[in-house]
Design a protein around this ligand. Sequence first.
Ligand code: NAD
Length: 297
Amino acid sequence: MTTIGFIGLGRMGANMSARLIGHVHKLVVYDVAPEAVQGLVDQGAVAAESPHELGDLCDVVFVSLPTPPIVREAVLGAGGIAEGSRIKTVCDLSTSGPKLAIELNQALEAKGIASIDAPVSGGIKGARDGTLAIMASGPQTAYDAIEPLIARMGRAFYMGETPGAGQTMKLVNNLLGAVAIAVTSEGMAMGIKAGLDPARMIEVLNSGTGINSATRDKWPRAVLPRTFDFGFAAALSLKDTRLLLDEADAMGVPLPLGEIVRGYLETALADYGPDADFTAMAKVAEKNAGLDPERGA
Ligand code: NAD
């Protein structure tokens, strides 16, 4: 019987893994934060002591970790998942970039383990509701075997066998999502400075051609209420933007809008600290416009 593992039980992983409980014979989980593990154990999962133990107990392990080096270490490092005796497939749901997907594919294939890259889009809400867009690539047979599990987390798009194709798709998606936040930040700052009501502006934009994922989701939930807690760290958004720009640079594809987003994120982190949410980009544009970003809702 297939046993499924999940490593990385953060904002995304906790929600995605919870959707597997009751749909798999057994879910085994691991995270460096004990409280994150306890949250899943309370819902019926079983705790593993290490990534290595996940590889010993599970046929398939899903990964949802913050950065490419952390993913690499958890999968291929000493005491990593790939050293386990039972592991057959590793599926990386993190945004890790195509380079790491290719590296994982080569290293795991040599050990007879299938590697699927399957980054996700749709935020915490999509992870909770099982409505993520999931863009996957890797060996077709291994993908087909785990597709019903991926479908519990969202809508699956198989991008083909080429390792990293899913990751490239995800970086393109993130460029559009992040540019939407940046351009909405600029337009809103101008309107607010001219005396327009921000809530009314968002209503208008969402009925006009200005509508985008920032006007639709980010402003109503995290910017208009001035909570700046949409649920995606500016540091991780910057990590994604750097992966994108490195990849594009290597391909000879200029991405001037991506460079602008990188600048906004770097300033947001410098001004609002390492835990800032990516919606803090709005405060950067407001400050640039001479507004007071610390004003109330
Ligand atoms: P997060 O920081 O909320 O969660 C990461 C989890 O990994 C934490 O629970 C942390 O304790 C754990 N962790 C860190 N190092 C570990 C290690 N060595 N071993 C085991 N556990 C470890 O991050 P998140 O927002 O859930 O993002 C996870 C991935 O999903 C990232 O690659 C991110 O880019 C991507 N992503 C996030 C969102 C979002 O809206 N938050 C959306 C799409 C994709």
